[in-house]
Design a protein around this ligand. Sequence first.
Ligand SMILES: Cc1cc2nc3c(=O)[nH]c(=O)nc-3n(C[C@H](O)[C@H](O)[C@H](O)COP(=O)(O)O)c2cc1C
Length: 362
Amino acid sequence: MSGLFRALGRKVLFSLDPEDAHGLSIKALKSGLVPACAAHNDPALRVAIAGLSFPNPLGMAAGYDKNAEVPDALLRLGFGFAEVGTLTPLPQSGNPKPRIFRLVEDSAVINRLGFNNEGHDAALRRLSARRVHAGIVGVNIGANKDAIDRVADYVAGIRKFHAVASYFTVNISSPNTPGLRDLQARDSLRELLGKVLDARDAQPGVRRPVFLKIAPDLPEAGLDDIAAEIALHPLDGLIISNTTLSRAGLKSGKNRRETGGLSGAPLFERSTIVLAKMRQRVGAELPLIGVGGVESAATAIAKIRAGADLVQLYTSMIYHGPGLAGEIVKGLSAAMKRDQISTIAALRDCDVSDWAEKVLPA
Ligand SMILES: Cc1cc2nc3c(=O)[nH]c(=O)nc-3n(C[C@H](O)[C@H](O)[C@H](O)COP(=O)(O)O)c2cc1C
């Protein structure tokens, strides 16, 4: 599948504007044209965290399926879980186009979409209409650009999607909504987590886990503040990380000066260092989800060894196609058999100190 994509699909998709190519890929998934990955149920890949049982540790990161159009098709590609969103209460169009740029020589992307999405109601309709509610589908929530009370937008997300979300991600780390990342500052975070988690706890029925998604551009003191603040709240985990503002080490001449968040291979090192630094700060109990530059079984394993319970990817699927998730999952099984490792949990944290000691690229 990835071979066919590399030979044909990528050529066609890369001849289009990146956002049009993305739209086409969503259409293809919706239509069922993309073949599902053969079911691969290896008990060694199961991960139980935050009260959920994940069939494997690889998830689709937020931003691919912003409007919850194809979560089940993503699960059929082999992902162990899919995250939809970011969703804001009201629909919004985002920043002017063009706003996604490929950096081909770096296997990277810069985006400045700005939370374009169809809003809560449209996504809720789709998630409620899912025929099978099997599989883990998380809902990533955000705030409208012109919201007067941003915290209220997150609280509205919890209330709206509580019945249909396997888990929530509170996204305060997109670089493309001015001021959003300020919610990572300690006083703002206190108010946000207090209100969001109170809203979650007030919902009837199942307790939905809430994860907080952070930026990879925080200084050490910012990481300290986040760790100290989350210790005071019943948060269920951290997702590390969103895209970076750094442009360190890029090879591509084209598009490197575009504003926005950088994702893909050049983010791997930075996001893995921040992951390990956070693992050291929060201790062994808090679930961490590692995101940024995962493109193979080896990079997924590196994140797990650096402290992640689960990993997610997005940009590598742009470069390697829809067969990638299935390939990574199979590769994880093979690597674990080869090294006689019986659970993903046994891999976790093996290299935390090595990664945490590294210096972040400038
Ligand atoms: C085009 C694009 C759109 C994205 N939109 C969102 C989003 O809406 N919400 C979010 O939390 N992250 C979003 N992200 C960030 C990804 O979820 C992920 O954290 C980041 O891209 C790093 O992973 P990767 O290197 O595997 O792409 C987006 C990324 C890309 C490339």
